[in-house]
Design a protein around this ligand. Structure first.
Ligand SMILES: [Zn+2]
Length: 302
């Protein structure tokens, strides 16, 4: 597919992204994991394949990362993958068009996608950017929007801590937590065509217990790959807590499991998948007030 230069209106490297080094964080993640198979992503992609309506031919994968999902759809659909990480986009197959852009100002025409796909992106956005992103996703989608977000995630559970600047942050940079009702409220003007849960079973936790494990036990999340602090750019390295702190952490862990048993709180799958369809009223309203961009699609020169 032909590549064209990045649109001058793109907000890449400006504003909110610069504040916290988010781009460096995601580039670092994709340098380590890009292109590698992930069984739960494969499971979710299979669900997407099953539920995507037959009248969909153009898909825009907003926050496509390394294109694990885009690449599956590209042979049979026209697929555009949008992401802020150039490292992620490098893994897109030749059949998909990469677009380097932030999600709050997509350099794409109104209604240019039969379906806007957004898998594990919304939870990474600050509240004000989230609202702009959803406006943009609605703007580019002609009819369908397919969303996947973590299901009722307790953010504190996956906090880690930078050993240089002391920032406590979600190890995957999640900033928002969703459930079905909350997600649906963001997509007013759309109806839910389908929803399901998928992914790994996630044990229930309590905010307070997770907080105490962080503060009293110095228990923080680690990953199988290295994590870059989005504030100072340090590669996080956690030292082992003292024996006393580990004992406190273990006691809190036992307390959490006991409460789960007593309250009959069972593990649930990690991810929520929802297919939205534009309601008739919203379709009839048309595109008034939406902006139009100069080019159909923009991309970056590798
Ligand atoms: Zn730091």
């Amino acid at each position: 597919m032909a590549r064209v230069e990045l649109h001058e209106q793109s907000r890449l490297d400006r504003g909110w992204l610069k504040v916290m080094n988010y781009r460096r964080y995601y580039d670092f993640q994709w340098q380590q994991t890009g292109g590698k198979e992930h069984p739960y992503i494969a499971e979710k992609t299979k669900i997407f394949l099953d539920i995507i309506p037959h009248d969909v031919s153009t898909i825009i994968d907003v926050g496509c990362g390394d294109g694990a999902i885009s690449n599956v759809f590209a042979p049979k659909h026209t697929v555009i993958g949008v992401d802020i990480s150039q490292e992620g986009l490098k893994n897109l197959s030749a059949e998909a068009l990469p677009v380097l852009s932030t999600v709050d100002y997509l350099p794409l025409k109104n209604n240019c996608a039969d379906l806007a796909l957004c898998s594990e992106l919304l939870e990474h956005l600050p509240k004000d950017i989230l609202m702009q992103a959803i406006t943009e996703i609605k703007r580019i989608s002609k009819r369908y929007i397919l969303i996947s977000v973590p299901n009722k995630e307790n953010l504190r559970k996956r906090y880690t801590k930078c050993n240089v600047c002391g920032l406590e942050f979600h190890i995957y940079c999640h900033l928002m937590s969703f459930n079905l009702n909350k997600l649906a409220r963001y997509f007013d003007g759309y109806t839910i065509s389908y929803s399901t849960l998928c992914g790994a079973l996630d044990g229930k936790t309590f905010d307070t217990i997770s907080y105490l494990r962080n503060k009293l036990a110095k228990h923080f999340c680690i990953d199988t790959i290295s994590t870059l602090c989005p504030k100072c750019g340090n590669i996080v390295s956690l030292s082992k807590p003292s024996l006393v702190r580990r004992a406190i952490g273990y006691s809190l862990f036992i307390l959490q499991n006991t409460l789960n048993l007593l309250l009959n709180r069972k593990p649930e799958p990690d991810w929520l998948v929802v297919l939205f369809e534009k309601s008739k009223e919203t379709q009839e309203k048309g595109d008034s007030g939406e902006r139009t961009l100069l080019s159909d699609f923009v991309s970056y020169n590798q």
